[in-house]
Design a protein around this ligand. Sequence first.
Ligand code: SF4
Length: 380
Amino acid sequence: MNTQSLSTGTAWAETGDLRALMTRAAGIRDAQWGRTVTYSRKAFVPLTNMCRDTCGYCTFVKHPDSPEANIMTPEQVLAVAQKGEREGCKELLFSLGEKPELRYEKARKGLERLGYSRLTDYLRDMCELVLTETSLLPHVNAGTLTDDEIDVLRPVSASMGMMLETVSRRLTRKGQPHYACPDKVPVQRLRTLERAGQKQVPFTTGLLIGIGETFAERIEALHAINAAHARHGHIQEVIIQNFQRKPDIEMANHPEPALEDMLRTIAAARIILAPEISLQAPPNLSARHIAYLEAGINDWGGISPVTIDFINPQHEWPEIRALARSCSGAGFELRERLTVYPRYLTGDSGFINPGVLARAAGMAQENGLARDQRHIGETA
Ligand code: SF4
């Protein structure tokens, strides 16, 4: 961390020369990550689209009254996992709404039919199913988690994640996107970050930008993530995600962040965060995503050859070979990584349950990236 950044407020990032900021960030990236940019080839499983929260930008969630509100069955989960496996995926990412059974009868009844009273327990068993029936590594993205929930999920997952999104309490007020969203109160999300660190879970988090937060609040969030990592060493990657307008959301008329805003935030993140934290931005949410490389990213996150982006369904994943060509044109090699970053794959890291660690280590080449670089074979 550059202490000068802290002592001079946020003007250095918010209004300083953008090109100079990006050059500085890209230099930090080059020194740590070189000219390799990674992605994780994965299948996405939206285990349930019911959620007790109602974020103003969310198109994923369905109210229980909607016929589309559902909980996937084990057969459906397995079908997606097996399809992903056939297409060379290494990761199965579970994404789900937060604790819908605490609010909605339909969620409780749906879980009961499956033989469960708590979504976390069902999720645990679906992770186990994936481990037993396929070669994939489960990654769990289940929002805020208690100590007990982490204990339940840790033995059956390779890594976990939760977008911090923002530390702005202002955005929980009436009329704001996180109003009446108990899991979006910043302190709850910061507690989950902290718990994941205490329990040594390789963890993915990030910022959602353009939902009404100030630039200073973004910087504050980045410092909070970095501080948690300094205490526990568990933050494997930080995502900088840009808000996307959709016709069916409360924020349908809210402006999307401009490319320059993304570049500034990415560069600031690269400068603030410890260099070993991977920096990621999604390639499907901006036509000009290759510019993110100039601002310091080293990763594109998950890309699926089998499932859509359920959070931004109107934005297709890039075709992986086409992305590889674009990266190459910008001076970078695209390489496939696992859901777990290389530094957590050593036996003495203490970060992953031994059984899952053995599987992950067996899927990695010497440098910790995926042994089977499927897109390269496809290009050939
Ligand atoms: S963004 Fe996440 S927490 Fe918010 S409503 Fe959608 S699924 Fe729930």
